[in-house]
Design a protein around this ligand. Structure first.
Ligand SMILES: Nc1ncnc2c1ncn2[C@@H]1O[C@H](COP(=O)(O)OP(=O)(O)OP(=O)(O)O)[C@@H](O)[C@H]1O
Ligand SMILES: [Mg+2]
Length: 275
């Protein structure tokens, strides 16, 4: 298994969904937070072009984004922000669209900068946008472990299925893990998983993993309105208890279940990816 300079492995995972507004950004921020609390170094890449980005949810005001790195005005370390629990945040902003449009060589150049980041990370978590747009597919394509957030709503399930279908047709060995959000309890979450699992197995011939669930909790939107991580604001609220369990579970997945590699490897794969 690939190790980076000081012998650490980096796990790369994307948090994605078919339908928008199912809680990806909240989940990404809070999983990043708890992983960081467990002692891991976490980089959260905000690759969502939407409005409710990581920075908005956390009340951060990035002066510069990946866009400025692409135009040569800033370096990567200069645009990184510090989030709760010491999580590092890389705001992509409108740089995402530009990145997708660049040719492979130009992208390689950008990613060379990532290689030179001094700080080793244990996790790279990519908060993608929703749906099957070019940007979302682009980021998911470079990741092996895709966490698909779905809610019990029928449209969330059909859209999650559509996304997994498109990705699996790209023919790479993805591992999809379902995270059921805004559920009443674990039983309902298992129902969400069972429904997705059945169609994925039958029509896509892939088996899905079950990551876990987050209950519906009024403190989630409240924390978003206050622009703070719910885990910091309401550490004992039921949704946060679920998020802690999920983060522990992710952190404890054995290496063979959750392969990791060089950070460089991820960036190069991203650069070589055809959007
Ligand atoms: N478990 C939950 N219980 C209640 N509300 C939730 C829960 N998870 C997320 N929400 C709320 O749902 C809304 C959307 O969440 P979020 O912005 O994280 O979704 P998203 O999938 O990232 O959206 P987008 O597709 O626009 O990027 C937020 O107001 C958030 O507070
Ligand atoms: Mg979002």
């Amino acid at each position: 298994m690939a190790l980076d300079q000081d012998g650490r492995r980096m796990r790369v995972l994307s948090i994605t969904s078919g339908k928008g507004g199912v809680g990806k950004t909240c989940v990404a921020v809070n999983i990043a937070y708890w992983l960081s609390r467990l002692g891991a170094k976490v980089l959260l890449l905000d690759a969502d072009l939407g409005l409710a980005n990581v920075d908005v949810v956390l009340g951060l005001r990035p002066a510069h984004t990946l866009e400025h790195v692409l135009s040569g005005e800033r370096t990567l370390p200069e645009i990184m922000l510090e989030g709760p629990g010491g999580v590092k945040i890389l705001p992509a902003g409108s740089g995402v669209a530009r990145l997708v449009e660049l040719g492979e060589e130009d992208r390689m150049q950008v990613f060379q900068e990532f290689d030179s980041l001094a700080e080793p990370f244990d996790y790279l978590i990519v908060d993608t946008g929703a749906g099957i747009s070019r940007n979302v597919l682009y980021f998911n394509s470079a990741v092996q472990d895709v966490i698909v957030v779905a809610t019990p709503e029928p449209t969330s399930l059909t859209d999650a299925y559509a996304l997994m279908k498109v990705l699996s047709e790209k023919g790479r060995g993805y591992r999809f893990r379902v995270l059921a959000n805004m559920v009443a309890d674990e039983r309902e979450a298992k129902g969400v998983f069972a429904r997705l699992s059945m169609v994925a197995d039958k029509f896509l011939n892939i088996s899905l993993g079950y990551l876990g669930h987050v209950v519906s909790d009024p403190n989630m939107p409240l924390a978003v309105r206050r622009q703070q991580a719910v885990s910091v604001l309401f550490p004992k609220t039921p949704a946060v208890r679920c998020l802690r369990v999920l983060s522990d579970r992710l952190h404890n997945l054995p290496p063979d279940v959750f392969p990791a590699g060089h950070m460089q490897f991820f960036w190069r794969r991203l650069a070589a990816q055809r959007a």
